[in-house]
Design a protein around this ligand. Structure first.
Ligand code: ATP
Length: 201
């Protein structure tokens, strides 16, 4: 299996790029979806969270009360660490299982926090979506209806543009949609070739 990791900051255009690549018949594995699957009703992850925090961490329908969990870890580093120690291996294992099950010429692994969570180790190639910071701020404000200050706080909490670019094997710039569509098509061809070469080795 050949894995292309796709990452980028908030509202950089990951979903836009992922949709373009998926439309070429490439399978996606999405870390945000997997992060929800490992704490879904009936999962081992949810059972452990409920045993640790108590059953009041569950909503009436048995699903995780995410708001309450966020509160519990917000001001408590020990709880935060405990949760990370539980979830990170579960997420990694599930990501690997979904990647192994993929049958397209390569698989796109979409992970917003690829660099922060050191998931680059799962990838053969890392594609970073880069965007001018001012545009990124404007797009986030328009999409999420948040203030410039709130966007800047989110940017501060994520890897810096430089840190992300340092982890990149390829970069696609999303300052302009038409250019992005063209550049993504070229990159898709490149990934097909890289995957074919890697498989032949
Ligand atoms: P997040 O991880 O924050 O959910 P993302 O990286 O997946 O975001 P997208 O959802 O693809 O980013 O794009 C973020 C927002 O910016 C969306 O509202 C999208 O419509 C808009 N957008 C993306 N690319 C462009 C572009 N080239 N020009 C204008 N708007 C764009």
């Amino acid at each position: 299996m050949y894995v292309v990791g796709l990452t980028g900051g908030i509202a950089s255009g990951k979903t836009t790029v992922a949709d373009l690549i998926a439309s070429e018949g490439i399978n996606l594995v999405d870390a945000d979806i997997v992060a929800r699957q490992v704490v879904a009703i009936g999962s081992q992850g949810l059972a452990q969270i409920s045993a640790h925090f108590g059953e009041h961490i569950l909503l009436d329908d048995g699903s995780l009360n995410r708001g309450l969990l966020r509160e519990k870890i917000f001001s408590d580093n020990a709880n935060k660490q405990w949760l990370n120690d539980l979830l990170h291996p579960l997420i990694r294992t599930e990501l690997l299982a979904q990647l192994a099950a993929s049958d397209s010429p390569y698989t796109l692994l979409v992970v917003p926090l690829l660099v922060e969570n050191k998931l680059t180790t799962l990838c053969n190639h890392v594609l970073v979506v880069d965007v001018d910071e001012q545009l990124q701020i404007q797009r986030t404000m328009a999409r999420d209806n948040v203030s410039e200050q709130q966007v800047k706080a989110i940017l501060e909490s994520q890897a810096s543009r430089q840190q992300r670019l340092a982890a990149a094997d390829s970069v696609v710039v999303n300052n302009d949609r038409q250019q992005l569509v063209k550049d993504t098509a070229v990159l898709h061809q490149k990934f097909l070739e890289l995957a074919a070469t890697a498989m032949a080795d």
